[in-house]
Design a protein around this ligand. Sequence first.
Ligand SMILES: Nc1ncnc2c1ncn2[C@@H]1O[C@H](COP(=O)(O)OP(=O)(O)OP(=O)(O)O)[C@@H](O)[C@H]1O
Ligand SMILES: [Mg+2]
Length: 218
Amino acid sequence: MIQFSHTYKTYSGQVSALKDINLENDKGEFVFLIGPSGAGKTTLFKLISAFDRASSGDIRVAGYDLNKIQSREIPFFRRRIGVVYQDFKLLKSRTVFENVALPLVVRNEKPAAIQARVNEVLDQVSLLGKRTMYPEQLSGGEQQRVAIARAIVPRPGVLIADEPTGNLDPDLSREIMSLLERVNAQGTTVFVATHDHELVKSSKKRVVEIQQGEIQEA
Ligand SMILES: Nc1ncnc2c1ncn2[C@@H]1O[C@H](COP(=O)(O)OP(=O)(O)OP(=O)(O)O)[C@@H](O)[C@H]1O
Ligand SMILES: [Mg+2]
C-alpha cells in the first residue's frame, strides 16, 4: 500500500531530511511513525501524499508510482489518501459540517448523499451536535476530530495522520487513537506520526522509528 525504496529527500539549503528510506506498509496495517522533532516525519508524510517529491529513490502508494505521477493525476491519487495535518488546516470561515463536507463537494457528490455521509462521520467522531459551529468555537481536541472526520469522509484506502494527538491530554489522546483504530478496523491502512511514546507503548501496534532522516531498525 505504501512502499519506499532507497528514497532520499534533500531540501534546498542542503538539509538532508530523509536518507535511504526503505519501508513497506501493507494494506490494512496500522503503523506508528515515531521520532524526535526534526527527524523527518512530516517530510515522509508529504512524500506519501504527493505534496512534495523525493530527491531520489522510489515511492509507491495505493498503486501509484509517485515519481512518475502526472500533475493531472494527482487529484485522483489524493482521493485515495486521507490526510490529517499537524496543524489541522480547517477553514475558519466554514462550519464543522462544511469543513467535513468539502472533500465530497469537490467531487460533485449529490447533496443528499453528502448530508447522509457527513452526518454519519460527525456522529462517529461525536460532533453531530456541533455541526453548525465554526472551528474557532471548538476545543483543540474537537478541532482534531473535525480534521479526522474530513480525512475519512470519502472512505480513503490510506489515512495518514501527523501528530493527531499533539497537545491533547491523555484521555483525549486515547479517544483519538481509538477512533483511528476503528477507522483501521473498517479496512483503511493507517499511518500515524507521533511523539507520544506512552500512547505507542500501550497500543501494541507496529512501530517504525526515524531519527535524523533515517529509519532505525527495531
Ligand atoms: N520546506 C523545508 N525547507 C527546508 N528544510 C525543511 C523544510 N521542511 C522541513 N525541513 C527540515 O527537514 C527536517 C525534517 O523536518 P520535518 O518537518 O519532517 O520533521 P518532523 O519529524 O515532522 O518534526 P516535528 O516532530 O517537529 O513535526 C528538519 O531538519 C527541518 O528543518
Ligand atoms: Mg512534523
